[in-house]
Design a protein around this ligand. Structure first.
Ligand SMILES: NC(=O)c1ccc[n+]([C@@H]2O[C@H](COP(=O)([O-])OP(=O)(O)OC[C@H]3O[C@@H](n4cnc5c(N)ncnc54)[C@H](O)[C@@H]3O)[C@@H](O)[C@H]2O)c1
Length: 446
């Protein structure tokens, strides 16, 4: 079965979710582009969008249409060539409308899992619960006579475990998109020990067509991305707890968030990132990873406490940020949750005092936004971190500890063979987390 044939009948499971909706969009565009090639004129392309929520599926179809319009607007010149034998398509708008029709025409939203029984390729993006994933994949595989291939988006479950529990004989690969899939370039590709070579080949072609950057990760719980992020997050939490022995917890959270953003020149502070992913999602990912890590305890009582208080972070359906460790006003952090008072303390009450305790940034400190795309950033960072490491302030000390820990985590991922190289670790943080420099660097000691 060649690449095109494999993509003739596809199912996305969990299609109404954060990740599933993006995977659906990218796959719908790829399938529509294939369907419009003259040599594929007689082929029928079907993309099933399966979810348990009918209402959410309606929302996804609206999202899909709006995104298909945007995609068409971006490539009207190329589409004009695709539709060159269509004399009825005159204006740009005609071309756009036709393309959107051709994309939407492929997609079948449904709550019925049975549609997947005819697919040759199944993307799995249902919630991160090993039992549910195994149950759903088993049901599909038992009833599908075409021996389909499975692309799972799991963030933490080892792929060989899904392979073995469902009995797939290697017809599965970890194809770990980042959030949101349509925007983020990175895909971690996780080949289980049994994964068939043809699946890897197909995955590479599919990623290339979607213009994704693949970083291979080995089949260990959490892979590279969460392998780094979860431990980095736990470091942030433990640093806040350590500081809170001598100051209120809200101040400690503010400071660690600020150090991990401004002092380390990252796009967000660590508590903002935990909120973005979801406090409960982070806790859950750690709980999935933990049984596979006998020498480590990836767990935080602080996360448990926040979850029990209903402080969860994550996003609203429109993509805006929900309150978590931090409170958000117009998408920007504006307060910190105090678990004792069960209320948010506005930044204005603590900011000046905390900033003074942290001390200043070195003169001319780079801002993440301006440095991230700069070709000379290594020179800038060498100078910046040399100066920061030489400062005798609380902020500099916390940043030094943080940078060092982040580097250790990265090095351990290589030593434990989760990543094949230091470069792969750095690439995941650079492309998947938008860091301006990789954690494995010479700015900090090991
Ligand atoms: N959110 C992220 O940042 C992120 C990033 C990378 C990978 N992932 C992984 O992607 C997967 C999905 O995560 P998400 O954040 O999109 O979750 P989500 O909760 O937004 O979406 C999950 C979807 O699955 C649906 N669902 C639940 N049970 C189902 C079933 N039995 N059959 C069909 N659909 C079902 C839900 O209705 C929901 O729409 C998880 O494995 C997660 O670890 C998430």
């Amino acid at each position: 079965m060649d690449y095109t044939e494999r993509l003739e009948n596809v199912t996305v499971l969990g299609a109404a979710g954060k990740m599933g909706s993006g995977i659906l969009l990218l796959t719908a565009l790829e399938m529509a582009d294939l369907s419009l090639k003259p040599e594929n004129k007689n082929r029928q392309f079907v993309l099933n969008a399966v979810d348990v929520s009918q209402q959410a599926l309606s929302g996804v179809m609206r999202f899909l249409k709006a995104q298909a319009v945007k995609a068409a607007e971006k490539k009207t010149v190329a589409l004009r060539k695709v539709y060159e034998d269509r004399a009825d398509l005159i204006e740009n708008q005609d071309i756009i409308d036709q393309y959107v029709f051709d994309v939407m025409n492929i997609v079948r939203p449904t709550v019925k899992l049975e549609v997947a029984y005819d697919s040759t390729l199944v993307f799995e993006a249902i919630k991160e619960d090993p039992e549910v994933k195994v149950k759903v994949l088993s049901q599909v595989d038992k009833n599908n006579k075409k021996s389909p291939w499975y692309f799972t988006n799991t963030s933490s479950i080892p792929i060989h475990e899904l392979d073995e529990k469902v009995g797939l004989g290697g017809r599965i690969i970890g194809f770990h998109f980042y959030n949101p899939p349509a925007v983020q370039r990175l895909v971690e590709l996780i080949r289980a020990k049994n994964t068939l070579a043809e699946i890897v080949e197909f995955a590479q072609q599919y990623a290339k067509n979607l213009k994704k950057t693949i970083v291979p990760a080995n089949d260990f719980a959490g892979f590279i991305g969460n392998g780094h992020f979860m431990r980095d997050g736990l470091h942030g939490i433990s640093e806040a707890l350590r500081l809170s022995e001598t100051m209120p917890f809200v101040e400690a959270v503010y400071m660690i968030n600020k150090v991990s953003q401004d002092f380390l020149v990252r796009p967000m502070g660590i508590f903002q990132l935990i909120d973005y992913v979801g406090v409960d999602v982070c806790q859950y990912i750690m709980s999935v990873m933990n049984p596979y890590l006998p020498d480590e305890d990836l767990h935080s009582d602080v996360l448990d406490r926040y979850i029990s208080l209903g402080v969860l972070g994550g996003q609203f359906a429109d993509g805006s940020q929900k309150d978590g460790f931090l409170k958000y006003e117009k998408g920007r952090p504006a307060g910190i949750y105090d678990p004792e008072k069960k209320a948010y303390v506005p930044f204005s009450q603590i900011q000046a005092n905390c900033d003074e305790k942290l001390g200043p940034l070195p003169q001319g400190a780079p801002a993440w936004k301006t440095i991230v795309g700069s070709p000379d950033k290594d020179d800038v960072f060498q100078k910046y971190f040399k100066e920061l490491n030489g400062m005798k302030t609380l902020g500099a000390e916390l940043a030094g500890r943080y940078g060092k820990r982040s580097k250790q985590i990265g090095l351990k991922l290589v030593a434990d063979k989760v990543a094949n190289s230091e470069e792969d670790v750095n690439n995941v943080l650079l492309t998947g987390f938008y860091h301006a420099y990789g954690p494995i660097n010479n700015y900090f000691e090991s």
